[in-house]
Design a protein around this ligand. Structure first.
Ligand SMILES: [Zn+2]
Ligand SMILES: [Zn+2]
Length: 245
C-alpha cells in the first residue's frame, strides 16, 4: 500500500507560530488521540481491542483522567483490567526437568509478557504511526516540492528531539548528494538556533555576577524554559518549588 504524504499538516505546521513545527504537530496528534479514545473510539471495535490489550502509559492516563469522560473511561479501564487479570492468571508452574531439551521457562515468559504490558500504550501507538509518517512526508517534500527547503529555512529550526528524528529519516531516505544539497542547510539552521540559545544562556548566567547587577540581559525572559524546549521539545512548565530558594 502506498503510504500517505501529509502535505497539508506539514505546511500548516511550518506556517504556525510555534517553537518547533513537529512539536506543534505532535501536540495536535496528542489532543486528537485523547479525544478519540474516550469519544468515537468507544464505538470502534478495532481500537477497543488495542486499548483492552495495551492500556495506557502514565502520561496518557493523566490526560485521559483530565477529560470529563468518566463513563467511557471507566468502561475502557474495566475491559483493560479484564485483560490484565487474564495475564496474571498465566501458568507459572516450575518446568519438568528433561535431560534431552532445555526446559521452557514459564516464569520468563510471564515476566516478559507483564513487562510488555507495562511499556505499551494504545494512545502512544496511535500517535507514533502518524507521527513517523509526518517525518517521512517532510523528507519527501524536501525532495519533491519546489521551494520547500526555502520555506523550512525561513523558520528558526526545530527542537533537538525532532531534529534528531529528521536526521535519522534524512540519512535513511536521501542519497549522499541529496543530503548535501537538502539537509546540510537544515543542519546549519539548527546550529544557528543552538548557538543563539548558547549565547542567551551564557548572558543569563553571567547576569548573576555582582558586576552585572542592574545591567540589561540579552536573553528571552523565560530563557531556561525555552532552552529546555530547544533540547527536549515543547512542555508546559511546572509551578516553581519555592522551598529551596
Ligand atoms: Zn519539536
Ligand atoms: Zn502513551
Amino acid at each position: 500500500m502506498k503510504e500517505k504524504i501529509y502535505t497539508i499538516p506539514i505546511n500548516e505546521a511550518l506556517e504556525a507560530n510555534s517553537f518547533c513545527p513537529f512539536c506543534f504537530l505532535r501536540r495536535k496528534l496528542e489532543d486528537d488521540a485523547i479525544r478519540y479514545t474516550v469519544g468515537p473510539a468507544m464505538m470502534e471495535s478495532d481500537f477497543r481491542i488495542i486499548t483492552n490489550e495495551k492500556g495506557f502509559c502514565q502520561k496518557h492516563m493523566r490526560e485521559l483522567c483530565a477529560m470529563s469522560k468518566a463513563l467511557p473511561l471507566s468502561l475502557l479501564l474495566q475491559s483493560h483490567l479484564d485483560s490484565v487479570i487474564k495475564l496474571l492468571d498465566a501458568d507459572v508452574s516450575a518446568p519438568t526437568k528433561s535431560i534431552f531439551k532445555k526446559s521452557y521457562s514459564k516464569k520468563d515468559d510471564f515476566a516478559s509478557t507483564i513487562d510488555k504490558l507495562a511499556s505499551s500504550c494504545a494512545v502512544c501507538e496511535r500517535i507514533e504511526h502518524t507521527f513517523s509518517r509526518y517525518i517521512s512526508s517532510f523528507i519527501y517534500m524536501l525532495k519533491n516540492e519546489k521551494g520547500f527547503l526555502d520555506k523550512v529555512l525561513a523558520r528558526s529550526g526545530f527542537c533537538m528531539e525532532h531534529f534528531s528524528a529528521l536526521s535519522l529519516a534524512a540519512s535513511r531516505e536521501l542519497t549522499d548528494s541529496q543530503f548535501q544539497k537538502l539537509f546540510v542547510p537544515i543542519i546549519s539552521l539548527q546550529k544557528a538556533r543552538v548557538s543563539k540559545y548558547h549565547t542567551y544562556i551564557t548572558n543569563f548566567a553571567n547576569s548573576f555576577d555582582y558586576r552585572n547587577v542592574g545591567k540589561p540581559i540579552d536573553a528571552p525572559k523565560n530563557v531556561i524554559h525555552e532552552t529546555g524546549e530547544l533540547l527536549n521539545g515543547e512542555f508546559i512548565p511546572k509551578d516553581k518549588k519555592l522551598e529551596d530558594i
